[in-house]
Ligand binder design. Sequence first.
Ligand code: UDP
Length: 362
Amino acid sequence: MNLLFNDSSITVAIVGCGGFIGCHLLDAILTRTKWRVFGVDLDFYRIQHRLSDERCEFMVADLADKSVVERIAKYPVVVNLAAICTPSRYMAEAPEVIRSNYDHPAALADACAKSGSWLIHFSTSEIYGRTSADSGLLLEDETELTFGPVTASRWSYATAKLLTERYIAGLKNLKWTVVRPFNFVGPYMDFMPGVDGSGIPRVLANFSSALVRGEPLKLVNGGVAKRSFTSVFDAVDFLFALFETGKMGRLSEAALENAPEKSPFSQAFNIGNPDNELTIAELANKMRKIYAEIKGVSVESIPEPQVVSGVEYYGEGYEDSMRRLPSVEKAERLLGFKAKTPIDDVLRESLEWFVKHYGSAS
Ligand code: UDP
C-alpha cells in the first residue's frame, strides 16, 4: 500500500455520500485506504452496510444549513457530489434546481476558501450546452459554450453548474478542481420511477425500468442524440488519480513551482470515455439485447422502442445536446488517467444489478 493511502490521519469530507457516485467512492476509500470519511447526505439507503464503520462519521443534512457548510470545510479535502440532477426537474422546478446547483455549492466554496481545504467540485458535461450533431471533441479550456434561450428551462441545471464553476475559479485563495462527468453509469444509478423516486431519471435508469416492466423504451425525438457512457468505477479511479497527484491537497509549493503544468489544482477535467459513444437508439438496442440474454429470452420478445417528442415527454422547455464527446487528453496528461471499461461491460453490469435490485419491485 502506498504511503498516502496508508495515512490514517487523513479524513475526506464527501457531500452527497449516499448518492450514486458517493456510495462507490465511499466503498473504494474504505477498501483501498486507511482514511476516514465524514459523509453528508439526506438519504443513506445505498450505504447502509457502511453506517456503523468506525472510520466513518455520517450526518443527515444538506448545504442549505450554514453550520453544516462550515463543519464540512474543516476537513482538508472536500468532495462535493450533491446536486439535483433529475432531468425532468430542470423543466418543472428550475428555481430549486438553480438554488441547489449554485447557491449551495457557492457557499461551500466560500467556506473552503476561508479554511484552506481542497474543494473537488462535481460539475457536469451539460455545461457544454446545446451542442450540435457535428460538434467534435469537447475540450475543457477551449470549446465555446452555447445555451438555448431562457425560456428553454432545460438549461437551468447547466447554467447554474456553469456559474458555480466560474464562481469557484474566481475565488481568491481557493484550492479547487472541477470535474465534468460524461454520462456516468453503473449500479445504484438514479432510481426506478414509482418505486424509490419520482420524475424521469436519466436514460440508463429509465431504459432499465422499462425493460424490467416489459414496457417499450422511449426514444426522445427519435434517439438520434449521442452520448459517451462512462463506468462509475472508472470515475472512482479518476478520483484516486486526482487524490494521488494532488497528494490529498498537500502537494508542496516547491513541487507546484517546479512543475506548474502538472498541477491538478485550478483545473476543470472532463471524465468520460470517448470509446463508448452511442446514439440513444443504439443504446436502446444494446440494452434490449443484453436484457434478453440476462433473462434467457429472445430479443424479439422485448417490446420495440417507441419514438416520443421531447416536449411531450419532459415538458415545455426541453431541448437537447445532440453530441457530447469528451476530450480526455488533459486527465491523461496531468493525472495519467484513462477510462477503460468498454460499453458492453458497463451496460451488462448495470443491468444485472438493476434486475437483481428492482426485479421484484416493479
Ligand atoms: N432519453 C431518451 N429516453 C429516455 C431518457 C432519455 O431518449 O427515456 C434521451 C435524452 O433525450 C437525451 C439522452 O437520452 O438525448 C440522454 O439523456 P439523460 O437524461 O440520460 O442525460 P443527458 O445526457 O441529456 O444529461
